[in-house]
Design a protein around this ligand. Structure first.
Ligand code: ADE
Length: 419
């Protein structure tokens, strides 16, 4: 079996943590039990480029239970949980290529190793595997039937490819499922981002000023949780509608240039590049902490920005780098500007990844059933699947809800009844 991981000896710790996560993934577990019996993915090769975490391990177990052969690589050089990777290899026979802290070349070597499986289905978090297959590994296009994409950033990239007519196979935008982005992006990113900041710095959030760049689903979640911990929250936005939303949710909204001297903690979640630039770093207070929770490490202008203007830099503790600015102030960047929630904490909790990965597993099954009808574009997961996931999740949470009466259904379908 092929693999490249840090240390197989970490497997027993990884297995215990994977099973712990599984306790909070009842929807995925129900799918796995069904897959075990029905084998809908029999003979299917899946190449997955996802954050290698305990939750992802449970998705890999589910795909294997469905009969798939799986190769997994990391979708970020800093997000791998080495114990989960070891257990995937040792306990579940999943070809895994991921080492926390891997350099750029190793990251791409691992992507290539996943592509070597000659996939029928690709699963991406950020579209790096799709990009590879459309550039240096074009031969893989011959076998791929379709792919899935987990994240907003990846979906944006893939929609651009489809718009330019260069997307070589259909993609299911798992991110766009309601049971994904309403929960994973908002509550998952909200909690795990603050968790990452706190684990890395142990700073007190109460009474601090937290600047959140971006008020999409992730920004909403981060702002909400920072407020809940007692912070004064400032939001920066470029979209006027989102900016109003942030104001009406009770936050101050202003440009980054105004927010820069006010913040104690800066968190970017925009999906765009250079949101915090040289001039913003130079305006920050002594001791400001800066991090990113958007998919790529481009939101902070580090190369060509902070790295150039600083007078000195030093790692002061794990994942915390100090920069001495020309004005004598010191600021701190977490995890090299990479996803702080996965690099400094454990990513989103299993409870929320349950729905995201239920969407991934069911999308794989759906792709196979509909492969002949899918055009080479980005597709949204069918609403029935999305709603089924929500229903099962609700049941597993011990909640029930009302049902429409026949009279109510008729009323909603009619237009004659009025004032
Ligand atoms: N993305 C964010 N959190 C994650 C997690 N726990 N596992 C996999 N992907 C993630």
């Amino acid at each position: 079996m092929r693999f490249d991981i840090k240390d197989k000896a970490l497997a027993s710790k990884g297995k215990a943590r994977i099973l712990w996560a599984d306790r909070n993934m009842p929807v995925l577990r129900a799918i796995r039990d069904r897959f075990e019996k029905e084998k809908p993915l029999k003979g299917v090769r899946v190449a997955a480029c996802l954050h290698v975490t305990t939750e992802t391990a449970n998705l890999m177990r589910t795909l294997k239970a469905g009969g798939a052969q799986v190769a997994l690589c990391a979708s970020n050089p800093l997000s791998t949980q080495d114990d989960a990777a070891a257990s995937l290899v040792e306990d579940w026979g999943v070809e895994t290529f991921a080492i926390k802290g891997e350099d750029h070349d190793t990251y791409y070597k691992h992507l290539n190793a996943a592509a070597d499986i000659k996939p029928h289905i690709t699963m991406d978090d950020g579209a790096d595997l799709v990009s590879l297959i459309h550039s240096s590994r074009k031969e893989a296009l011959k076998t791929v039937v379709a792919g899935t994409e987990e994240t907003t950033t990846g979906v944006i990239r893939l929609r651009s490819m489809a718009k330019d007519g260069v997307l070589g196979y259909p993609i299911i935008a798992v991110n766009d499922a309601m049971t994904k982005h309403f929960f994973d992006n908002r509550y998952g990113t909200g909690q795990s981002t603050l968790d990452g900041v706190i684990r890395a710095t142990n700073m007190l959030i109460a009474g601090s000023t937290v600047v959140v760049a971006g008020y999409g689903w992730c920004g909403k979640g981060v702002s909400m949780r920072a407020k809940g911990l007692g912070a004064h929250v400032i939001v920066t936005e470029v979209d006027p509608v989102r900016a109003i939303e942030a104001v009406m949710d009770g936050f101050d909204v202003m440009p980054m240039a105004e927010a820069a001297p006010k913040g104690d903690l800066f968190i970017t979640v925009t999906g765009d590049k250079h949101v915090i630039r040289k001039e913003h770093f130079l305006a920050m207070k002594e001791g400001a902490v800066v991090c990113n929770s958007g998919h790529f490490n481009v939101e902070l202008q580090l190369e060509g920005g902070l790295y150039e203007i600083c007078k000195a830099r030093a790692t002061v503790k794990d994942m915390v780098e100090e920069f001495l600015l020309p004005n004598g102030r010191r600021i701190y960047v977490l995890a090299d500007g990479r996803l702080v929630n996965l690099a400094c904490a454990e990513g989103h909790p299993a409870m929320v990844m349950d729905m995201s990965f239920a969407n991934q597993a069911l999308s794989a099954e759906w792709i196979l059933a509909h492969k002949d009808e899918l055009g080479k574009t980005v597709h949204v997961i069918p609403e029935e699947i999305d709603r089924d996931i929500a229903k099962i999740k609700l049941e597993t949470m011990g909640c029930s809800m009302d049902e429409l009466t026949e009279e109510q259904k008729a009323y909603l379908a009619s237009w004659q009844e009025g004032t």
